[in-house]
Structures are given as structure tokens and as C-alpha cells.
Design a protein around this ligand. Structure first.
Ligand SMILES: CCCCCCCC/C=C\CCCCCCCCCCCCC/C=C/C(=O)SCCNC(=O)CCNC(=O)[C@H](O)C(C)(C)COP(=O)(O)OP(=O)(O)OC[C@H]1O[C@@H](n2cnc3c(N)ncnc32)[C@H](O)[C@@H]1OP(=O)(O)O
Ligand code: FAD
Length: 662
């Protein structure tokens, strides 16, 4: 066993707080940490889950290995009696080392849609076989022609009362289902989103359980054309697929009927809200917020540990080369991202709690908070994925050339994470959904309604009327987190107002509501962004009040200040324009940020250690806990398939003959 790298040892010795205390806080409690580690070690010590490096495998081999692991995973979850969704998720993440896998859509969307949208009778019929993996399903909504504007999806489900069946059709090329994970080769069923026609009338999108492959032979059923859509930017383990349905008949009982129903005679019963069909997307959007935190915290772990062991260039003449983590510019790249990773972890927990709380009410028949849940999940999904996506790339470049190697782990994190900006609702489109809610709330507040929840600040609009900057006291105290939260809130209020006024101005030019909306999109997206930024800063600050350990409190307070101040510098125009900040304060903020970087520096490694990614999960030579990066990089390179023979066959085939010809 190689000794621990001395630099990284020193970093750990210099930390001012106990990493285990912080890990427990991130997990929720010491018991939760213990259980998570227990589950992870079940996987790590399991010989069935030892695997070849996917970087040295073809796509087909990678898919094969992933299906093998997924199948074993299902058996083992059963054997160990792990059935809590959160614990399944820990286990799954560890088995697949953070990669997406062929059963994701089955576990994340097929089962969830069943649970939320099937009637009790349908649950009896479908849930147990799906839980036992006899039924393997996916969520087939997107078509070649439409991903975003789902009201225009073209797949139809037409009810035939004579046989009490639905007849499903993809009538055009653009109506072919395209993208669903696990659809190409793995699934034998799909939840298909289709336009429901009954008694000659279209009732919009509804969800149907459609068998697509024979349960015995796994061959596609008659009328079903199904396959893999081909290699992608990443997601190599996943068989994202296409599906064309031609006169495929399914029983009436296969339409999910918890809310909307079609009676045997074809009459249609409306759901209490037609947005309930979109519920699974809200669930995954809420989950993605936590994924942003994970992707960013992993990337920071790799880049910060590596920066602690990497020495480069000369800082002071005659002295040894410093750790690259000592460069202010390096700290300025990484520490705000570290702060964001912490912020998003707390926001992810909040989003998950909020989802479960409001879904609880929905299940009791109270739909009043659905619009806020939708707006929050959509906005925070977009806000956090955009930041994390850009942040992963910053971390990669902060590792210099070695960050470009697959063994750094960073390319895989990036290609696996980046589609979260697109799937489950393209980010710009999601920001515009949040803006729609904000503008509505703004108008309600103007009409005198009292708003509650995350938008309650819009109640204070009278107080926020524009005043000349000079006549108004400067709002921000840059050393006080509560004051920074207030500034973010006022910025959000201001930008919501700017967006609402833009709409109003456009409408006064007597153009249509829709054109006014399109002509105000830039303001609308900015308003949502400011709203989400406020929510994140507010939640980070609120989290601090729950921390009793003074050492941990102190270091997280520093991170929260850095997160808030750095966000102000990135958006200084907004704060200046709104009169929330003065020009001299901007340079004070820069000075304050520099001081915060210095404060964080001795704790940087401990702060990433606290995320508690074991080496198997991190899968990065640069992010290794022991810091022995060069040795393991050399070992990894030796295993490259090109090195299997000393002389590659291409030499004999092309180079050698060429030489004799010249
Ligand atoms: C024993 C216990 C068992 C437990 C088992 C539990 C199961 C789990 C088990 C284990 C857990 C393990 C976990 C496994 C991990 C799994 C990992 C999962 C990985 C997932 C990978 C995902 C891959 C990707 C999938 C996809 O991408 S699916 C497709 C997603 N597609 C979209 O998101 C489409 C985006 N478009 C839209 O959402 C909409 O069309 C729109 C653009 C938002 C709306 O357009 P518009 O035309 O305006 O819509 P309208 O219909 O007119 O509605 C306007 C109106 O509605 C409101 N609205 C809109 N959306 C919603 C919503 N979702 N909810 C509520 N309200 C909504 C909108 O605000 C408007 O309201 P107003 O009119 O009032 O203003
Ligand atoms: C890896 C991956 C996995 C996926 N898995 C699934 C799955 O399992 N099941 C499934 O059903 N789907 C899946 N999808 C599809 C995914 O949900 C869609 O790609 C996504 O919803 C975006 O839709 P789109 O591709 O039609 O983009 P488009 O809507 O065509 O977006 C293109 C551009 O147009 C802009 N735009 C579109 N509408 C508006 C608007 N109203 N206002 C302003 N700008 C607009 C967007 O901002 C974007 O810049 C997956 C996609 C990927 C990449």
C-alpha cells in the first residue's frame, strides 16, 4: 500500500472542523451516514459488481455490462430487503458508479407514474409484476417532432367501444417516440403519452400502459417497431429508443385511470386537474436538483484534492513550486463552486421535502399548491443544472491537461450530467414556466391578494417602488448574510417587476398576449433566475441556523457569504440598477471575497472530504483520497487497449508497407 501523499495529509491536519460532523449533517444524521456507508460497502465488497473499466469497452459491451449489473442489483436488493426508495437509490448509484443505466426509467418514471396515476385496481394488476421486473417499463413521451410542446404530441389512442380497447398509432414520422431511456432494447412495456380520442372527440394527453415486447421471447409485438437511437454524447449504458405504433390494441384497463377515466361505453370523465398527467416530470425535476449538488460536489472533490497535490510554477523566486491550490486565481475558480455545491445540497433536500409535502396534500385532494410546486421544481431544476453544468467544466479545466483524461472522471461526470439541462423540460422553457407563475403572482399582489410561500416577497411591492438611488439608504451590508438575503429578495422583486412591465408595455402596443410574452422572454428568464437565486441564498442562510457545532457553523457561514457575494459580482448590473448596491461597494465586495478565499483555503480539502465520496464512487485518479495521482495514472494508461501489444497491428498493415514503397 502506497503511503498517503504528504500534501493531502497536511491539508487534513490543518482543517478547523470535524469532517465527520459535517458528513452527518449532510446525510441528515449519524445514523443515516452509517446506513448509507453500509449500503455502499455491500456493493463495493461484492465480487459481482467488480467491473472492467468502461473506458476500455465498446458501447455494446457497456450496455451488456450495465444490464448484467442491473439484473443482479434487483436480485440483491430483494435479498437484502432494501425497499426504501432512498436506499434503493444509494445502492443503485453505487452499483453503476454514477452512470445512468438501462433501468433508470423503469425505477424512476415507470414505477412512479404507476404509483401516482394508476387506480387501485390497476396498481394491483401492474405494480407487483413491475416491482418484480417481469414488466420492465419506460416513459415514452417525447417524439421526433416534439419534446417541449407536449400538447402537440401526435401519437393517438382511439377508444373502440366495440372491443373495449384503445388503438394506438404513430401516424407520421414526427410522431415516432424518440429518446425514452431503456426503450430500445430493455423494456417490454412503455407508458405511452398519447392524445386520447373517444366518441369522436379529442381529450388531450393521457398515459397508457402499452406492451411492446413479448413477455416470453422479448420479440417486438405486432404493430410495434422499436430500437436504439444510436450513440450519443454520453449515456452509453442507456438504450434510449424509438417506438412506432401501428394499430396496436390495448385493453381499456391500460389507460391510467386514477384521475381521468374512460367508461366501457366510451364516455369520458374529466380529471380534477389536467396537469396531474405531468406529475412524474415534477418528481424527477425535484430529484434533479439533488443531482446537481452531487455532480458539482464530485467535480469539486476531484479538482480540489488534485489542486492540493499538484505543484506547478513559481510563486516566490527560489522557493519550491507551490500547490496550485495556493494560487488565488485557482481558489477563485473552485471555492465559489464548492460553496454552490453546499448550497445545492441544502436546496436539493428542501426540494425533495417540499415535493413530498405537497404531493401528500395532492393525494388528499388538495391541489392548491400544485402551481407553486411546479414553478419551484421547474425553476430550481433549471437554475441548479445550469450552474452545475458550467461548474463541472470549470473543474475539469482547473485540472489542466490531466482533466481531459477519462481517468480524471470529469468527462464522464460532464456527459452524464449535461442532458439534465435538456431532459425533463428544457431549461429555458422551465425558466419561462416559473416566470409565468411569478408574473401571475405579481399581478395578484398588485390586486391586493396576500401571497404566501416563496413568492411572499411580492406582497411588499409598495415598499419596492423605484426611488432615486441617492435618496435611499444602501441596502446591503456586505458582511451580513441576512442583509445579503434581503438584497437578493429585492433584486428578484425588481426583476419580476421589470418583466411584468415589459409585458405590459408590449401589450400597450396592442400586440397579442403571446407576442408580448415572446418579446419579453429575456426579462422573464432573468426574473426567474433572480427568483431562484434568492431562494437558494435564503435556504443556505436558513440552514445555518440549524447547525449547533460552532466549528462547522463557522466554515459554512464563510461558504454562504462567498456564495452570496460571488453571485452579486456575477450579476452586479442588476444590483446596481436596482439601487441595492453602490459602485464603491463593488470593490469592497471583491476585497471581501479575497478574504473569504483565504479563510476557506485551509478547510478546502476537508470540505470536499465531508461529501464523503469513496474512491470507488468517485472513480477518479485525480480525486483519489490518498492523493497518489501520478502512480495510478501511469497504471491506468498501461491498461489502455492500445498497449495490449508492444507493436500495434496497424504498424504491420500500413506503416511498414508504406516505408518499403517510399
Ligand atoms: C414499496 C415502495 C415502492 C416505492 C417505489 C418507488 C419507485 C422509485 C423506486 C426507487 C427509486 C430509485 C430512483 C431511481 C432513479 C431514477 C433516476 C431517474 C433518471 C431519470 C432520467 C430522466 C430521463 C429523461 C426523461 C424525460 O425527459 S421525460 C420527458 C420530459 N419532458 C418534458 O419535461 C416536457 C416539457 N414540457 C412541459 O412540461 C410542458 O409542455 C410545458 C412546456 C411546461 C407546458 O407547456 P404549455 O403549453 O404551457 O402547457 P399547458 O398544457 O398549456 O399548461 C399550462 C398551465 O399548466 C401549468 N403546468 C405546466 N406543467 C405543469 C406541471 N408539470 N405541473 C403543474 N402545472 C403545470 C402551467 O403552469 C400553466 O398553468 P397556468 O395556466 O395556471 O398558468
Ligand atoms: C439523454 C436524454 C434522455 C431522455 N430521456 C427521455 C425519456 O426517457 N423519455 C422521454 O419522453 N423523453 C426523453 N428525453 C427527451 C427530452 O425530454 C427532450 O429532449 C426535452 O424535453 C426537450 O425537448 P426538445 O428536444 O423537443 O427540445 P426543443 O423544445 O426543440 O428545444 C430546442 C430549443 O428551442 C427552445 N424552445 C423550445 N420551446 C421554446 C419556448 N416555448 N420558448 C422559448 N424557447 C423555446 C429551447 O429553449 C431550446 O433552446 C431525453 C432526452 C435526452 C437528451
Amino acid at each position: 500500500l502506497a503511503a498517503m501523499n504528504p500534501d493531502i495529509c497536511r491539508e487534513r491536519e490543518n482543517a478547523t472542523f470535524n469532517t465527520e460532523t459535517l458528513t452527518n449533517m449532510l446525510d441528515g444524521s449519524a445514523e443515516k451516514t452509517r446506513r448509507r456507508r453500509e449500503i455502499e460497502s455491500l456493493v463495493i465488497n461484492d465480487p459481482d459488481f467488480q467491473h472492467d473499466d468502461p473506458n476500455f469497452m465498446s458501447r455494446s459491451e457497456r450496455y451488456d455490462a450495465a444490464v448484467k449489473k442491473s439484473s443482479q442489483m434487483i436480485m440483491k436488493l430483494r435479498d437484502y430487503g432494501i425497499s426504501d426508495p432512498e436506499e434503493i437509490y444509494f445502492y443503485k448509484r453505487c452499483v453503476h458508479r454514477g452512470f445512468s443505466e438501462p433501468l433508470d426509467l423503469h425505477l424512476g418514471m415507470f414505477l412512479t407514474t404507476l404509483l401516482n396515476q394508476a387506480s387501485p385496481t390497476q396498481l394491483d394488476t401492474f405494480f407487483t409484476p413491475a416491482w418484480n421486473l417481469e414488466i420492465v417499463g419506460t416513459y415514452a413521451q417525447t417524439e421526433l417532432g416534439h419534446g417541449t410542446h407536449i400538447r402537440k404530441l401526435e401519437t393517438t389512442a382511439t377508444y373502440d367501444p366495440s372491443t373495449q380497447e384503445f388503438v394506438l398509432n404513430c401516424p407520421t414520422v414526427s410522431s415516432i417516440k424518440w429518446w425514452p431511456g431503456g426503450l430500445g432494447k430493455t423494456s417490454n412495456h412503455a407508458i405511452v403519452l398519447a392524445q386520447l380520442y373517444t366518441l369522436g372527440k379529442c381529450h388531450g394527453l393521457h398515459a397508457f400502459i402499452v406492451p411492446i415486447r413479448c413477455m416470453k421471447t422479448h420479440q417486438p409485438l405486432p404493430g410495434v417497431t422499436v430500437g436504439d437511437i444510436g450513440p450519443k454524447f454520453g449515456f452509453e449504458e442507456v438504450d434510449n429508443g424509438y417506438l412506432k405504433l401501428e394499430n396496436v390494441r390495448i385493453p381499456r384497463e391500460n389507460m391510467l385511470m386514477k384521475y381521468a377515466q374512460v367508461e366501457p361505453d366510451g364516455s369520458y370523465l374529466k380529471p380534477p386537474s389536467d396537469k396531474l398527467t405531468y406529475g412524474t416530470m415534477v418528481f424527477i425535476r425535484a430529484m434533479i436538483v439533488g443531482e446537481s449538488a452531487r455532480a458539482l460536489s464530485k467535480s469539486c472533490t476531484i479538482a480540489i484534492r488534485y489542486s492540493a497535490v499538484r505543484h506547478q510554477s513559481e510563486l516566490r523566486p527560489g522557493e519550491p513550486e507551490p500547490q496550485i491550490l495556493d494560487y488565488q486565481a485557482q481558489q477563485y475558480k473552485l471555492f465559489p463552486l464548492l460553496a454552490a455545491a453546499y448550497a445545492f445540497t441544502f436546496v436539493g433536500q428542501y426540494m425533495s421535502d417540499t415535493y413530498h409535502r405537497i404531493t401528500g396534500h395532492i393525494n388528499q385532494g388538495d391541489f392548491s399548491q400544485l402551481p407553486e410546486l411546479h414553478a419551484l421544481a421547474a425553476g430550481l431544476k433549471a437554475f441548479t443544472t445550469w450552474t452545475a453544468n458550467a461548474g463541472i467544466e470549470v473543474c475539469r479545466m482547473a485540472c489542466g491537461g490531466h482533466g481531459y483524461l477519462c481517468c480524471s472522471g470529469l468527462p464522464d461526470i460532464y456527459v452524464t450530467f449535461t442532458p439534465t439541462c435538456t431532459y425533463e423540460g428544457e431549461n429555458t422553457v422551465m425558466m419561462l414556466q416559473t416566470a409565468r407563475f411569478l408574473v401571475k403572482c405579481y399581478r395578484q399582489a398588485r390586486e391586493g391578494q396576500q401571497l404566501s410561500g416563496t413568492v411572499s416577497y411580492l406582497n411588499e411591492q409598495q415598499r419596492l417602488q423605484p426611488q432615486p438611488v441617492s435618496s435611499r439608504p444602501t441596502v446591503v451590508n456586505i458582511n451580513d448574510l441576512a442583509s445579503l438575503v434581503e438584497a437578493y429578495k429585492l433584486r428578484a422583486a425588481k426583476l419580476v417587476e421589470v418583466a411584468a412591465k415589459s409585458l405590459q408595455g408590449e401589450l400597450q402596443r396592442s400586440i397579442s398576449q403571446e407576442d408580448a410574452w415572446n418579446n419579453s422572454s429575456i426579462e422573464l428568464v432573468r426574473a426567474s433566475d433572480a427568483h431562484c437565486h434568492y431562494v437558494v441564498v435564503e435556504l443556505f442562510a436558513a440552514k445555518l441556523s440549524e447547525i449547533s457545532d460552532t466549528a462547522v457553523h463557522s466554515v459554512l457561514n464563510t461558504l454562504a457569504l462567498l456564495y452570496a457575494l460571488h453571485g452579486i459580482t456575477l450579476n452586479s448590473g442588476d444590483f446596481l440598477q436596482a439601487g441595492l448596491l453602490s459602485v464603491p461597494q463593488l470593490s469592497q465586495i471583491t476585497q471581501r471575497i479575497k478574504a473569504l478565499l483565504v479563510e476557506i483555503r485551509p478547510n478546502a480539502v476537508a470540505l470536499v472530504d465531508s461529501f464523503d465520496y469513496n474512491d470507488e464512487m468517485l472513480n477518479s485518479v485525480l480525486g483519489r483520497y490518498d492523493g497518489n495521482v501520478y502512480e495510478s495514472m501511469f497504471e491506468w494508461a498501461k491498461r489502455s487497449p492500445l498497449n495490449r501489444t508492444e507493436v500495434h497491428e496497424s504498424y504491420y498493415k500500413y506503416m511498414k508497407p508504406l516505408r518499403s514503397k517510399l
